[in-house]
Write a protein that binds this ligand. Structure first.
Ligand code: BG6
Length: 369
C-alpha cells in the first residue's frame, strides 16, 4: 500500500502532483470557463455574497490563509479566516450574504462541524471543501467542492493540503468569473498557470537530496524558525507545524515583516531559520524586503535556509543554503514552497527514529470538541 515508500507520509508527499492534477480535473469547459457542477448554491445567491469566512483547524486553516490572499485579490470580496473552534464561540458576524467555507480533509473534525452548524443557524450559505465523499461536514453544508487527493493515511497532512489550496483557487476564480470585474477575464489564464503546477511540483520532488541532508544533520536541533510574507506567511506557519508534529522540535512561523517587532530577539549564533522568499516578480517589492530580512538575521548569526525561485541570485550572498523551486505566479507559489519543508520534517523525524506516520499524541481526525 505504501507503493514502495517507507512511510505513508513519504508516499503522500510524492502523490502531490496527482492530488493537484486530479483536483483540477473537469473544472473547465472547452472555452476554458470554470464550471462547478457540485456547487449547489444559486448563481444569484453567489453573486450577492459580500463576505467569506473560512473555518478550519490545523493544516486546513493554513490552506485557508493562503486562500484569503488569492480570493481577495481575484474577487475583492473580504475573506476572513477563523479557526473553527474560535469561530463557534466568538459571536461571529454572519448574514445570509456570508459564504462560510469549511476546509477539512476528513470532513469529520468536530470543531469544524460545530462551526458549520453554527453558521447555518445564523443564516449563512455554507460550502465544504472536503477530501472524503459523503462525510458529515459536506452532508451538513449547502454545497461541496471535493478535493481529489485520494485517501490520506499519515496523520500529518501533506497532499490534502495542496489539494485544499487548489480547491480554494478554483473557488476564487469561479467567483471572479461569476461576478465579473477585473479578474473575470483572467480566470482562464490563471487556470492555465494552475494546470502547469503539477509538473513544477514534480520538479521540486526531483531535487530534494540536499534538503534531506540538511535535515539529517539537524537531529539535535532544539528550535527552528520559519519566516514568510504574503502567501509565504501561511507556508512558514505550516512548515513550523510539520516540524512540531513530526519531529517534536520547537518551531514557530512568523510573518517576515513582524521580525523587527519582536522575534528578531530570538536570533543568536547558529539559530536555524527557514525563509520562504517571494519570487522577484511579486508586487509591492516584497522580494527585496524579504531579502533584507535574510541579511538582518544573518548579520546576527542565524543559519539561513532559504527557499527561493530558480534564477533569484539576490538571496545567494546571505544564504547558508538555497533550496530552489521553479518560477510560478506569485499567488500559486505555496504549492511549491511547502514541499521542501514537508520533506525536511519527514527526514528529521526519520533521523530521530520517530514514527513518521503516527506522531505521539495526535489523531488523524479529531471527532471530539
Ligand atoms: C488535526 C490533524 O487534528 O486535524 C491535522 O492532526 C489536520 O493533520 C487537522 O490538519 C484538521 O483535520 P481535517 O480532517 O478537518 O482537515
Amino acid at each position: 500500500e505504501k507503493g514502495g515508500y517507507d512511510t505513508f507520509m513519504e508516499k503522500e508527499i510524492f502523490d502531490q502532483p496527482d492530488a493537484v492534477r486530479d483536483t483540477l480535473l473537469g473544472r473547465t469547459d472547452e472555452a476554458g470557463r470554470l464550471t462547478l457542477d457540485e456547487i449547489r448554491i444559486s448563481e444569484e445567491d453567489l453573486k450577492a455574497i459580500d463576505r467569506i469566512t473560512i473555518v478550519a483547524c490545523g493544516t486546513a486553516a493554513y490552506a485557508g490563509m493562503v486562500a484569503k490572499y488569492a480570493i481577495e485579490h481575484w474577487t475583492r470580496i473580504p475573506v476572513e479566516v477563523s479557526l473553527a473552534h474560535e469561530f463557534r464561540y466568538c459571536d461571529p458576524i454572519v448574514s445570509e450574504r456570508t459564504l462560510v467555507v469549511s476546509i477539512s480533509q476528513s470532513g469529520e473534525t468536530m470543531d469544524t462541524l460545530m462551526a458549520v452548524k453554527h453558521a447555518k443557524e445564523l443564516g449563512a450559505r455554507t460550502l465544504s471543501i472536503c477530501n472524503t465523499h459523503g462525510a458529515t461536514i459536506p452532508r451538513e453544508s449547502d454545497a461541496v467542492l471535493y478535493t481529489h487527493a485520494g485517501p490520506e493515511i499519515a496523520v500529518a497532512s501533506t497532499k490534502a493540503f495542496l489539494a485544499q489550496i487548489t480547491a480554494c483557487y478554483i473557488l476564487g476564480l469561479y467567483l471572479a468569473q461569476l461576478r465579473g470585474g477585473t479578474y473575470a477575464d483572467d480566470a482562464a489564464k490563471v487556470m492555465g498557470e494552475l494546470q502547469e503546477m503539477p509538473a513544477k511540483i514534480e520538479e521540486v520532488l526531483g531535487h530534494l537530496e540536499r534538503t534531506r541532508e540538511i535535515a539529517r544533520f539537524m537531529a539535535d536541533t532544539r528550535s527552528v524558525l520559519f519566516l514568510g510574507r504574503n502567501v509565504g506567511y501561511p507556508i512558514a506557519m505550516e512548515g513550523a507545524l510539520k516540524l512540531k508534529e513530526l519531529a517534536y522540535i520547537h518551531a514557530e512561523g512568523f510573518a517576515a515583516g513582524e521580525l523587527k517587532h519582536g522575534p528578531i530577539a530570538l536570533i543568536d549564533a547558529g539559530q536555524p531559520v527557514f525563509i520562504v522568499v517571494p519570487g522577484p516578480d511579486t508586487p509591492h517589492g516584497l522580494h527585496g524586503k524579504v531579502v533584507s530580512n535574510i541579511q538582518e538575521i544573518r548579520a546576527r548569526g542565524a543559519r539561513t535556509l532559504v527557499i527561493a525561485e530558480e534564477g533569484d541570485e539576490a538571496v545567494v550572498p546571505f544564504a547558508d543554503e538555497v533550496i530552489r523551486i521553479p518560477k510560478s505566479a506569485p499567488l500559486l507559489a505555496p504549492l511549491l514552497a511547502i514541499v521542501p519543508l514537508q520533506v525536511f520534517s519527514l527526514e528529521l523525524s526519520t533521523a530521530k527514529g520517530l514514527d513518521v506516520d503516527q506522531p505521539r499524541n495526535l489523531a488523524k481526525s479529531v471527532t471530539v470538541e
